[in-house]
Design a protein around this ligand. Sequence first.
Ligand code: BTN
Length: 260
Amino acid sequence: MTEKMKMTGLPDKIRLICKEETDSTNTDVKQAALSGQEEGYTVLAEKQTAGKGRRGRVWTSPSGTNLYFSILLKPEIAVDKASMVTLLMGMAAAGAIESIGLPAKIKWPNDVVVNGKKVCGILTEMNFLDDGSYAVTVGTGINVNQEQFPEEIRKTATSLKLEKGAFLEREELLTEVLCRFWEVYSRFKKDGNFAELREEYEKLLVNRGRAVEVLDPKGAWRGIAEGINDTGELMVRHEDGRLEAVYAGEVSVRGIYGYV
Ligand code: BTN
């Protein structure tokens, strides 16, 4: 893909670097941030040899089938709110997948699912720069044309090709995701919160109205997910009626009857 790549229609701010192979596009972008690269610097790889998932997991990244890319951002919001950009990428990826006719939904905070199975994962990492500011790396993996999955994730993972029953052009999908991402990111940056985007986000939120288990390092608990607040936290109603805002940086959620 990368050699033949004819990427047109990308947002002006995106500077796309295409690699045949790398350890992790997130690592590349974090290094680029430290050497002074600007917001919008983006690395796309055909294959990752050490793809990283959330919670120290491996993101298996075979060659020639999927999308693996990371974007450098400097959102100029409080560092403890920077993980909100994960939600923006979720919106962009889910929207792009919907545009090819698949019922994509966001499993808060960082998965995109189709028909109850994961097709996309997002890993957001932060690092401080010499001038005291910080950079955010938003890494995204989308299972596009992959047909086989390792036994341990076969029940919860799928690809766009498997769901659609047809091969998909990765270049077109990538352009769609990046354009959508830049659009929501620009709107987000105006106020640095989700007030304007919340309704749009909640339409895509698979957890909304569902019973979830909140996997908090201090102890798991159950409730009903009601939506998000202006800072992108998941609002979960406890069984005793209390409403709690769950912050994406620390916890994740899962359905009480399965993955979603
Ligand atoms: C997850 O769901 O656990 C997050 C997966 C994120 C994978 C992507 S692939 C591109 C970027 N580079 C990485 O090493 N990880 C992210």
